[in-house]
Design a protein around this ligand. Structure first.
Ligand SMILES: *Cc1c(COP(=O)(O)O)cnc(C)c1O
Ligand SMILES: [Zn+2]
Length: 427
């Protein structure tokens, strides 16, 4: 049973039927999925959610499909970690990491939006799906379209990281490399979408796609014991995820599943592609598009589709936004890895480094609950840290060589310290 009423313009509130459309033909505002919340309130309880499988579809009444999901049934419910070591390093009391670097099947939060978009594309009867990608979206569309027996076309900037390119090519779908940056790719895809009538997950079926991001927020709240955190730091590319996390928390409050605590959202960008954080810091309502220049390619969008609404969401909750340099983001990647054992990609490095900056500025208080959103996996962006980690010495395969190495590295101090282990004696 579906709880979706239809689509509604975010600007002028005009209603539209459930169709593969994304802009209001009256005011050109973006369309948003509209639900029957009164009916959902009767149907959805904490107990019902908890009785279901550990994946994002446990919240399916709040997702925009009419039947059961047919693509990506196992996506989501990634770990929320109490990050005590990182908390200590940052001098804060209560810190969590929501870890989508281990999302299934392609190791980023994009698996959530893609399982939603492709399940919807199947309901609409599309045979071919496509996307314009900064990397992770292409990985997810390629992998999940294979699973769903859909034809797919992935359009990407030619200079993406090797891990992102290979992570799409391996699925043997159709990959088109385009010279120039993501904004050019996206413009071209808008034309292809109207000419060929394919389901472009982040263009003509964007209203449905974006709803998948809400599950990242639902999970944080459920995993904290049905309690929203005071502060959430979120990386921003097109600006959709941050807005949808805000929507998710509001929906849970509206449905009586939690008490509202006035969660503040903080947007994180790389200084080389920071149109949203620049607008927030300057008090602008509108985005001034930029030409991206950063190693954080997954979030390098100069003209963000939901930029205006991301600014609005940040302002409404009393949050803020910041950006960091490429050097700072590399330090962020290394800090998370060396404290929590989590290897994130460049976008995650941005989020960690921005959190640190906002704490130093006093924008986020040190004694309230904070969640850091980790959205992608470091093995896909190895270029960012290659040559910036220790280089181990190579030794011969004998004990004397190791003794010598240990002696030199511990500078004569004994490196022992474990329990004394007796020689094994048979009984
Ligand atoms: C796409 C992406 C984001 C941000 O997504 P938007 O919803 O477009 O703001 C964040 N992190 C990673 C790793 C991504 O791939
Ligand atoms: Zn409108």
């Amino acid at each position: 049973m579906s709880f979706v009423k239809g689509l509604k313009c975010r600007e002028c509130n005009r209603s539209y039927p459930k169709e593969p459309i994304h802009v209001c033909s009256y005011c050109f505002g973006p369309l948003e999925v509209d639900y029957e919340y009164d009916e959902i309130k009767k149907a959805l309880t904490r107990e019902k959610i908890q009785s279901r499988g550990k994946n994002m579809w446990r919240y399916r009444e709040l997702l925009p499909i009419d039947g059961m999901p047919t693509v990506g049934e196992q996506v989501g419910f990634t770990p929320l970690i109490r990050a005590n070591n990182l908390a200590k390093a940052l001098g804060v009391k209560e810190l969590y990491v929501k870890n989508d670097s281990v999302n299934f099947p392609t190791f980023s939060f994009k698996d959530r939006v893609v399982s939603t978009a492709l399940s919807k594309a199947k309901e609409f009867g599309f045979k071919t799906v496509a996307c314009a990608t900064t990397g992770n979206l292409g990985n997810a569309v390629a992998a999940q379209s294979v699973q769903a027996n859909l034809e797919s076309y992935i359009f990407m900037p030619a200079d993406l990281e090797q891990g992102k390119i290979l992570g799409t090519l391996i699925y043997d779908t159709n990959v088109v490399k385009i010279s120039g940056n993501y904004d050019g790719v996206n413009r071209l895809c808008a034309e292809i979408a109207s000419k060929y009538g394919w389901a472009f997950v982040n263009i003509n079926i964007r209203p449905y796609y974006g709803e998948g991001s809400k599950t990242y927020g639902y999970e944080i709240v459920e995993q904290l014991g049905w309690k929203a955190p005071k502060h959430i730091v979120v990386p921003m590319a097109g600006g959709s995820l941050i807005m949808k996390i805000g929507k998710a928390i509001k929906e849970f409050a509206k449905l009586g599943l939690i008490n509202e605590v006035g969660t503040k959202l903080y947007g994180a960008q790389a200084s080389g592609s920071a149109p949203i954080s620049t607008a927030v810091k300057n008090g602008w309502d509108m985005i001034k598009p930029v030409r991206p220049n950063t190693i954080a390619q997954s979030i390098a969008i100069g003209n963000p589709a939901d930029g205006y609404h991301a600014i609005k969401a940040i302002k409404e909750c009393g949050g803020w936004a910041e950006d960091v340099t490429d050097e700072e983001l590399v330090e962020g990647i290394k800090l998370l890895a060396s404290t929590e054992g989590i290897f994130t990609e460049t976008a995650g490095g941005v989020t960690v480094a921005v959190t640190k900056k906002l704490l130093e500025q006093g924008r986020i208080p040190k004694d309230e609950s904070i969640v850091i959103s980790i959205t992608g996996n470091g093995l896909k962006t190895q270029e960012a840290v290659l040559g910036k980690v220790k280089t181990p010495k190579i030794i011969k395969a004998n004990l004397a060589a190791f003794d010598e190495l240990l002696e030199s590295e511990t500078k004569g101090q004994s490196a022992s310290g474990g329990p004394k282990v007796k020689k094994a004696v048979p009984v």
